[in-house]
Write a protein that binds this ligand. Sequence first.
Ligand SMILES: O=C[C@H](O)COP(=O)(O)O
Length: 255
Amino acid sequence: MKRQIVIAGNWKMHKTNSEAMQLANQVRIKTMDITKTQIVICPPFTALAPVYEVIGDSRIHLGAQNMFWEKEGAFTGEISAGMIKSTGADYVIIGHSERRQYFGESDETVNKKVKAALENGLKPIVCVGETLEEREANITLKVVSRQIRGAFADLSAEQMKKVIVAYEPVWAIGTGKTATPEQAQQVHQEIRQLLTEMFGSEIGEKMVIQYGGSVKPANAESLLSQPDIDGALVGGACLKADSFSEIIHIAEKLQ
Ligand SMILES: O=C[C@H](O)COP(=O)(O)O
């Protein structure tokens, strides 16, 4: 049986507050019939609280796109897990490849953030994935394993129950190039195997592993039908309520 599918929309650095509230409301209206798929929307920090006002306690969950690991202090420009939680959010994306590429995030900082998120009751969506260069050098598995071992160092199986992994091949993000369902399935299976080795078969079996990288209505079904693909982390296609809700409806039919 398919695990519960989780479709998350990463709005990245898009939408003013009024635009964000409008989009969230459209997504809410267009997904009122959804009962099985878990929906998460991740607007920019500035729009978290206003978007929560719109989605309230509906089945749509709210997530942030990043966080800092310290509780509070002189860290100008940073946002803590507790602050995110106070907006009504219960998810946070950690270690997105854009954070790794442009803001110097490492496996070590990802690990600190994952721990702080869990301590504050936020569910981390932890991103891993190889660059095109790494794929062509045949080191995809090596890179993804290093990222997984680093991100989840010192965590218990109990803590891992709250975690989602998102496999996002960097070469497929925002490029229109999607990994083929077979390419994605292969890496997802390897990630699941590694998680089983690290945390036992229950975690390995139940872990939600999302795919991300140019997911759109046209390719969602073939990706989400793969046995080890349990959801999607959607970028571009989540900025329009029509395409995002279409992906969610495709997911809903597969469960
Ligand atoms: O977090 C989302 C991913 O980076 C995917 O973005 P994309 O769907 O625009 O390729």
